[in-house]
Design a protein around this ligand. Structure first.
Ligand code: GDP
Ligand code: MG
Ligand code: ZN
Length: 308
């Protein structure tokens, strides 16, 4: 029996990295069940698996999935109850955003962050394309950095194209399993090509940004980095998984709101119009940022909270 790590999963075929560089195409044998969920793919990228070779060096057969530290899910489709495991054993998650071309909505950032909090996966923000920012965009960027670093999320302003700031990110990703998320067009693939030119992945043309919201079923791929560790690129997965949250627990995943909520008069305060709300007071005093509070209210208001 050999042990490897799954770097690509298409739902029926699995690509397993064995040792430093051996790639073994595998299928699965027997039943694999994930407790408590119905999933369309029992094995996902990031999974540590046991496998055996079918013939001496031919394709392999996965016989066991080793225990997962964590995994993230998404619904297979809007209607179905089945879920797809996007990835497993993630050490940290990075959301790549851009101030312009394309502009990343604030609420999108906060939805990503609360999902990361719910999964208890440390999250950071990469702000790409600093090479094209004028004074207004730079000011906007600095403002976002101050807001998110104050809450505790590390920010990495950088430009993949002009190769500034990428070293700091590389150091942060080294030897870890990193999930890289973000809207299409922000530069995720470009970053991977920068980190490992041998990957030679296809980047998107500017004109293709506009085809957003397309409902394609794609499977993420995990790339081994030459500096150690892995980066999971998830085309077609804009955010990162789904978590069903109750209205009264959304604020638990805004760390700064949650901390202050302990001082609210009512234990079931939603921090909207309730008297004696310490959160609203903190927003008024600038202790909690307006931007984050507004995101919180928007997410709370939004009945259709199922994000992909
Ligand atoms: N100006 C600028 N453009 C970039 C930068 N990084 C990526 N791009 C461009 O943004 C577009 C989308 O990049 P891509 O890597 O395909 O984005 P993805 O959809 O997130 O994988 C391409 O035209 C890239 O050349 C950057 O640092 N600066
Ligand atoms: Mg891409
Ligand atoms: Zn309150």
């Amino acid at each position: 029996m050999k042990q490897g790590i799954v770097i690509k999963s298409t739902g029926s075929r699995y690509r397993v990295l064995y040792g430093e560089a051996e790639i073994v195409e595998c299928s699965i044998k027997g039943k694999f069940r994930v407790k408590g969920i119905r999933t369309t793919n029992p094995v996902a990228v990031g999974d540590n698996v046991l496998f055996e070779f079918e013939t001496s060096r031919g394709p392999g057969i996965i016989t066991e999935v080793l225990e997962r530290r964590n995994y993230i899910l998404r619904k297979s489709s809007n209607l179905s109850k089945e879920t797809q495991i996007i990835a497993a054993n993630i050490d940290q998650a990075f959301l790549m955003i851009t101030i312009i071309l394309p502009e990343t909505p604030i609420e999108f950032i906060d939805r990503f962050l609360i999902t990361a909090e719910a999964y208890r996966i440390p999250a950071s923000i990469i702000i790409n394309k600093t090479d094209i920012y004028g004074p207004d965009e730079k000011a906007r960027m600095e403002y976002l950095i101050s807001v998110y670093e104050k809450v505790g999320y590390r920010c990495f302003p950088l430009s993949v194209n002009s190769n500034t700031g990428t070293d700091i990110l590389r150091d942060a990703m080294k030897d870890k399993i990193n999930l890289l998320a973000g809207n299409s067009g922000v530069g995720k693939t470009s970053l991977l090509n920068k980190f490992d030119p041998l990957l030679d992945l296809k980047t998107e043309k500017i004109s293709e940004y506009h085809r957003q919201g397309k409902h394609v079923t794609t499977f993420p791929e995990m790339h081994k980095m030459p500096f150690g560790g892995f980066v999971i690129d998830s085309p077609g997965i804009r955010g990162f998984g789904v978590v069903d949250m109750e209205k009264n627990e959304i604020y638990h995943f805004f760390p700064e709101i949650f901390r202050i909520s302990k001082n609210c008069r009512f234990y079931n305060c939603l921090h909207l119009e309730e008297p004696g709300c310490a959160v609203r007071e903190a927003v008024k005093n600038g202790i909690i940022d307006q931007l984050r509070y507004r995101s919180y209210v928007n997410i709370l208001d939004d009945d259709n909270r199922k994000y992909r």
